[in-house]
Design a protein around this ligand. Structure first.
Ligand SMILES: [Zn+2]
Length: 501
């Protein structure tokens, strides 16, 4: 007795999904049955009809979408973006090597060269959907020419927005494990309503100055090979001489990457101060290409080239073949900056015992040499400027009001997603389609209308350029020594103070 069985479509999808990883040598054929059964379990499915994989099957992430869609339809998971994220990570974990194997392979590739090792790890992190390549592709990006070179502008549209239902549910799901989103304990952690799915997350272990650190990529990268280096222990950011040593140590291991740290104080630091970490990657930022304004020499540091960079923020660059000399000189500069005040330009090292001066350090290799940029920062606030004196001022906050961290410092603007729609209203206003824009942008839009010959063809260009100009002003606001005569002279006084020591 024979009866023709029509296999459910999901069976073909499961078959094709597993087959893709076997066909492309990412998993062993001996694991086919095992992985199929593990996937059935995730889908809460009791059986599968034996099928041949399709010759021309779809791309793995499209198949993943279909598996997720099935799980939602069958009520295996909730119809919430966080549930889908957790589920997707679990599926991708099945076809991802264990952390120990990833580490072995990384260091095996490393023997062929550091670039081979990071290429392997980067590709792996994209392939297993840990790095959200499809979401990142939604970002709006362009460059903007200024007297400091080309700045880079990104409107960040990659992070999924939660719906109100999810936000309400999230209130009931607070946990203390892992302690934060940067902790190593995220590796393989399933995630839930308030914690992203990390089942497919892998970290490379790396020793920095005899301490264990983790190396991973950023799921929502802002630039090529956006990497994060994090301490094994959950501890606060500490941007002192040890951080400089660690940055240069990373560059000894990965000479083709840049690496930097956010400043260790609120307002001028990054968004996470609670876990010691650095950011790096493989991208040449505008700051790196900026011109030298003048050079100077510090006594006791004759083998370190020191210069002031022509940049809207206040940057001292150190270059030397001698790693230890760079560390020593940087230590001295940071110590002197931390205690430095110049009331004529509003710089106070401390007020009532609270320190305000900090640096954002950024390091890279130039051939064999080590190059370290120390960006001088101050996080003081005042009654007139409660968000920060050296922080985006109210007239530019309609575009950017968030902290100016390491990435912006280097000349890459990460602008909030709200701007996508808001800037469209500004374009419509300039084109005469509407008579007003969001109150937030009204003054700016009026000014653009007045200052420009607007035609249908140049509206986009006018708005893009205007946003770029605002970003330049944002950087100038964050600069401790302004770019006018008074500011440049004040910067020179600080340099003279460094030289005198
Ligand atoms: Zn942590």
């Amino acid at each position: 007795m024979s009866k023709k069985i029509t296999a459910p479509a999901i069976d073909q999808i499961i078959t094709d999904f597993i087959d893709y990883y076997i066909k492309t040598n990412r998993v062993d054929n001996n694991d086919r049955i095992y992985l199929t059964n593990r996937l059935l379990d995730l889908l809460d499915k009791k059986e599968i009809v034996a099928l041949m994989p399709l010759e021309e099957n779809e791309q793995p992430l499209e198949l993943l979408d279909k598996l997720t869609e099935y799980a939602v339809k069958q009520n295996v998971i909730d119809d919430l973006s966080s549930s889908q994220d957790v589920f997707g990570a679990k599926v991708m974990d099945l076809v991802t090597m264990r952390p120990s194997e990833v580490n072995q392979l990384f260091w095996k590739e490393y023997e062929k060269g550091p670039k081979k090792a990071t290429d392997y790890f980067y590709e792996m992190s994209k392939e297993n959907n840990y790095i959200k390549t499809r979401e990142i592709a939604k970002n709006i990006e362009y460059t903007h020419q200024t007297e400091y070179g080309e700045l880079e502008i990104t409107i960040n549209l990659s992070k999924p927005e939660k719906d109100p239902k999810e936000i309400a549910l999230a209130r009931q799901t607070k946990t203390n494990y892992p302690e934060c989103k940067l902790c190593m304990e995220n590796e393989g952690y399933a995630g839930h309503l308030t914690h992203p799915g990390r089942a497919n997350h892998r970290l490379v272990r790396m020793e920095l100055n005899e301490e264990e650190w983790g190396f991973q990529y950023s799921p929502y990268a802002y630039y090529n090979e956006h990497a994060i280096f994090l301490s094994r222990i959950h501890r606060e950011m500490n941007v002192g001489v040890q951080a400089i040593k660690n940055l240069l140590d990373i560059l000894t291991t990965l000479p083709h990457y840049f690496v930097g740290s956010n400043a260790g104080l609120p307002i001028v630091g990054g968004s996470i101060l609670s876990h010691d970490h650095y950011q790096g990657g493989r991208h040449t930022f505008p700051l790196e290409k900026a011109d030298v304004e003048y050079t100077f020499e510090m006594s006791q540091s004759s083998n370190v080239e020191a210069s002031v960079i022509k940049w809207p923020m206040s940057v001292i660059r150190l270059t030397s073949l001698d790693k230890k000399a760079v560390v020593k000189t940087a230590d001295k500069i940071m110590e002197m900056w931390e205690g430095y005040s110049d009331e004529s330009v509003g710089i106070y090292a401390e007020v009532e015992g609270e320190p305000h001066n900090a640096v954002t350090p950024i390091a890279r290799r130039k051939g064999e040499a080590f190059e370290l940029d120390l960006v001088l920062r101050n996080n003081r606030t005042s009654k007139e400027l409660p968000d920060g004196i050296f922080h985006p001022h109210p007239p530019v906050q309609h575009i950017k009001k968030e902290n100016i961290g390491l990435i912006e410092v280097m000349g890459l603007a990460i602008l909030p997603p709200r701007l996508k729609d808001e800037l469209q209203t500004v374009r419509d206003f300039l084109g005469g389609k509407t008579s007003h824009v969001d109150a937030l942008h009204q003054d700016w839009a009026d000014e653009l209308k007045e200052k420009n010959e607007i035609t249908e063809d140049n509206i986009n260009e006018i708005v893009d350029k205007a946003v770029g100009d605002v970003f330049l002003q944002v950087l100038k606001d964050a600069g401790v020594f302004k770019r006018d005569k008074e500011g440049k002279e004040a910067f020179r006084r600080f340099i003279d103070y460094l030289i005198s020591y």
